[in-house]
Design a protein around this ligand. Structure first.
Ligand SMILES: [Zn+2]
Length: 129
């Protein structure tokens, strides 16, 4: 991969990271005080649950984005964490923080869906630290 390509991926990742770190309106929803009206209260509770789920997803994504930036620093960006093959550029353009090639991602997703532990999670945590 050329330096220009790597730089454009870095830019995309940094933009995404900043976006995630800035947080959205979701965060505000969690802090909202309970309203006087019962209906509003229920509505807020629902909003809060959705917001928490979103935050959870965002913090996971942030971790993945950070890990990808780390891989850029370590010059291992674009290499599948599992099979060590190059991740196709088309995939990286769609998902710059992709850690796996498509077939490994599918295998990981299947394992997660089945509730099996995924070894790579630990490496991931370390890389994102
Ligand atoms: Zn792979």
């Amino acid at each position: 991969m050329s330096k220009t390509q790597l730089n454009s991926f870095r830019q995309a990742l940094e933009t995404k990271r900043n976006e995630l770190m800035a947080g959205g309106s979701d965060r505000a929803e969690i802090l909202i005080e309970s309203a006087a009206e019962e209906f509003d209260r229920l509505q807020q509770q629902l909003n809060r649950e959705v917001a928490i789920r979103n935050l959870d997803r965002e913090s996971k994504l942030l971790k993945e984005v950070r890990a990808a930036l780390k891989r850029l620093d370590n010059e291992t960006f674009g290499i599948c964490l599992r099979c060590e093959e190059e991740i196709p550029e088309k995939r990286l353009k769609a998902v710059p923080w992709a850690a796996y090639c498509v077939s490994c991602q599918e295998a990981v997703d299947r394992q997660r869906a089945a509730g099996e532990p995924v070894d790579d999670d630990e490496a991931f945590e370390l890389a994102a630290a």
